[in-house]
Design a protein around this ligand. Structure first.
Ligand SMILES: [Zn+2]
Ligand SMILES: [Zn+2]
Length: 99
């Protein structure tokens, strides 16, 4: 990872990088945390939007489709379009026919 960053919450730092355990909704995503105070910082998502990003969800008609970066059960990274009303709406589209 990159340069060491002092904790903006307690100033102790440096922040350590960690990865969300697989199985969580954001499994595989990296974040920074402060061992001293528990502060967490999520780096801005660098997900390249998929075609259809921002369109109205065809399932519920209320939400918008957002590009999500997920880890598949076999450990690969993949992108899908998911409704922003999740978990109320579980609509999701795999652009490459992945499952
Ligand atoms: Zn701290
Ligand atoms: Zn929806």
């Amino acid at each position: 990872m990159g340069a060491l960053i002092s904790c903006p919450a307690c100033g102790a730092g440096p922040l350590a990088s960690a990865t969300v355990p697989a199985g969580h909704r954001e499994g595989g995503r990296e974040y920074l945390h402060c061992p001293a105070c528990g502060y967490r910082r999520w780096p801005p998502a660098t997900i390249e939007p998929l075609p259809g990003h921002g369109q109205t969800c065809p399932a519920c008609g209320k939400g918008a489709l957002l590009t999500r970066d997920v880890t598949t059960p076999d450990g690969r990274r993949a992108r899908l379009l998911g409704c922003d009303r999740y978990p109320d709406c579980r609509h999701g589209e795999w652009p490459n026919g992945e499952a």
